[in-house]
Design a protein around this ligand. Structure first.
Ligand code: SAM
Length: 321
């Protein structure tokens, strides 16, 4: 598609260039803000998976630049924005850039260091893996990226803070919703107008960060901790022995009955009968069309001297033994 043709067919692509946004995705974040007012009162923001930087531009233009022009800025109250991506990004005014992997738990430490130990009011994540076109696969990889983002969120977001993350809608969307709902009192899946209808993309808008009582960030962190080590993901500890208190999950498992019942793994002596010989009972209802029916019929015929050649049984494709 030529540039002019794309300008004609994609209004957001054209508008992004006209308004100086690095990518058309800028409109998605702005439209989410129009609906949810996510920038209100934000002084510290984190942009995960930020390159080429249109979301960081939106954050800069909505948070940093107005404060710089106002008296707030003179008082040293300028908002702080930290952007992270695997790829390097051209500079944006008011945005600190970190080149890093969000699946590496140490990335959270880097962010917090930039905030002088303070926590963020807003975390946004527009991260996406390279899509394969296999929806189930893409949805799974995307959900892993969201899990990594959520791990960082549990370290850097203040209680009451907001988190916006790109999701891929699929059969596990409700599971993702439930997982996010554990950490936020309000979770909405939103589809801004600038996100194409043909795309499975949507955005989870999570408000009022309120982790469960007793939740320890370190426990979620533990899952990612080893990924960044030189020996890589092979070291990932997926056992749950290290989980404690409310972070430990016990799956209910109930053994029914007591020791007086029969043990299905034991042999029991046959009951003695009056005549002394034990008579085994026939099944109450034998199968009416067993798969071995033909074989039984052939065996019966041969025992009546009909001369059936039973050696052919295994060669006959119609015979089910
Ligand atoms: N929001 C950006 C903007 O408005 O310009 C666009 C983000 S782009 C759709 C997705 C980005 O996710 C890519 O730049 C990619 O490098 C980044 N990404 C994917 N996996 C990542 C990871 N594990 N850590 C950091 N960034 C990652």
């Amino acid at each position: 598609m030529g540039k002019a043709s794309k300008d004609k067919r994609d209004i957001y692509y054209r508008k992004a260039k006209e308004e100086g946004w690095r990518a058309r995705s800028a409109f998605k974040l702005m439209q989410i803000d129009q609906e949810f007012n996510i920038f209100h009162g934000v002084k510290r923001a984190v942009d995960l998976c930020a390159a080429p930087g249109s979301w960081s531009q939106v954050l800069s233009r909505n948070l940093y630049l107005p404060a710089k022009l106002s008296s707030d800025g003179k008082d040293g109250g300028l908002p702080l924005i930290v952007a992270i991506d695997l790829q390097p990004m051209a500079p944006i005014e008011g945005v600190i850039q970190v080149q890093g992997d969000i699946t590496n738990a140490r990335t959270a430490e880097v962010v917090i260091r930039h905030f002088d130990g303070c926590k963020a009011d807003l975390v946004v994540c527009d991260g996406a893996p390279d899509v394969t076109g296999l929806h189930d696969m893409d949805e799974f990889v995307q959900s892993q990226l969201i899990l990594a983002a959520l791990t960082i969120v549990t370290h850097v977001l203040k209680v009451g803070g907001k988190f916006v993350a790109k999701i891929f809608r699929g059969k596990d969307t409700s599971l993702l919703y439930c997982q996010l709902k554990l950490f936020f009192s309000q979770v909405t899946f939103a589809k801004p107008k600038s996100s194409r209808n043909s795309s499975i993309e949507a955005f989870a808008v999570c408000e009022n960060y309120s982790p469960p009582e007793g939740f320890k960030e370190k426990d979620l962190y533990h899952l990612l901790e080893k990924v960044g080590t030189p020996s890589g993901a092979d070291d990932l500890d997926c056992r749950s022995g290290w989980l404690e208190g409310p972070n430990k999950v016990y799956i209910p498992f109930l053994a029914c009955g007591d020791l007086s019942g029969y043990d299905s793994d034991r042999s029991y002596p046959l009951p003695s009968t009056e005549g002394g010989t034990y008579q085994s009972l026939d099944p109450v209802q034998p199968p009416i069309a067993p798969p071995y029916k033909t074989a039984l019929e052939m065996k019966k015929a041969s025992s009546h001297g009909a001369g059936t050649d039973t050696s052919k049984l295994s060669l006959d494709p119609q015979t089910t033994l």
